[in-house]
Design a protein around this ligand. Structure first.
Ligand SMILES: [Zn+2]
Length: 206
């Protein structure tokens, strides 16, 4: 069985600073425990919902925006038993690990050094975590290195589309997934640049 727990479905600057919806990302329990996009509140919410972050095996971070990566370092500390043992995998955008023109890296060298492996993959790359495989998928976002995934499991594929504009080919990358988790900011025609609206979601589902 696979269990997915949302530690908050919120995101975007105003929902993040007000916490009208919490912004902790989500936890996947499959053959391994994987945390996806540990935004503000990930650590606190994990404990509230009895998901021991010391039992994580991997963390996936789609991009270097604070609502997706704020709690990354502290989740790495949990995954590595207080940064005392070399453990766990990080799969993240290049911007998260190396920074970019406007952002420092979201993770220090200290935290990188306690991880067993660090991946900054390109779309199309495949990374195995336990019995599941992550196919890395593309996004078109204001952070140009943003990545999503399609996770192959024994029960079907779980797709994650993080912040992205709609673009040709997006549907093909995720076509046939059993479960689609997508970051959708606004309803109808009130969409904002570099993000999906509900209109886009309806088109994709068709
Ligand atoms: Zn973003």
């Amino acid at each position: 069985m696979i269990e997915i727990t949302f530690l908050g479905s919120g995101g975007g600057r105003f929902i993040t600073i007000t916490q009208f919806r919490s912004t902790g990302g989500f936890h996947i329990k499959a053959s391994r425990n994987v945390y996806v996009d540990p935004g503000p509140g990930a650590l606190v919410r994990s404990w509230r919902y009895k998901l021991d972050p010391r039992k994580l095996d991997a963390i996936f971070v789609s991009h270097r925006h604070v609502d997706h990566c704020n709690d990354l370092e502290v989740m790495v500390e949990a995954m590595t038993g207080g940064a005392l043992k070399k453990r766990g995998t990080l799969i993240a955008s290049k911007s998260v690990v190396y920074g970019d023109e406007t952002h420092t890296p979201a993770i220090s060298k200290y935290h990188i050094d306690v991880l067993e492996s660090v991946h900054t993959p390109e779309p199309g790359n495949k990374i195995a975590i336990g019995e599941e495989e992550f196919l890395i998928t593309p996004s078109q976002h204001s952070d140009p290195t943003t990545i999503g995934f399609r996770m192959k499991t024994a029960y079907g594929d779980i797709s994650y589309i993080p912040d992205t504009a709609y673009f040709d080919g997006l549907v093909e990358w995720h076509d046939g997934a059993r479960l689609l988790i997508a970051a959708i900011t606004r309803p109808r025609d009130m969409g904002i640049p570099y993000h999906l609206s509900t209109d886009d979601a309806v088109e994709m589902l068709k």
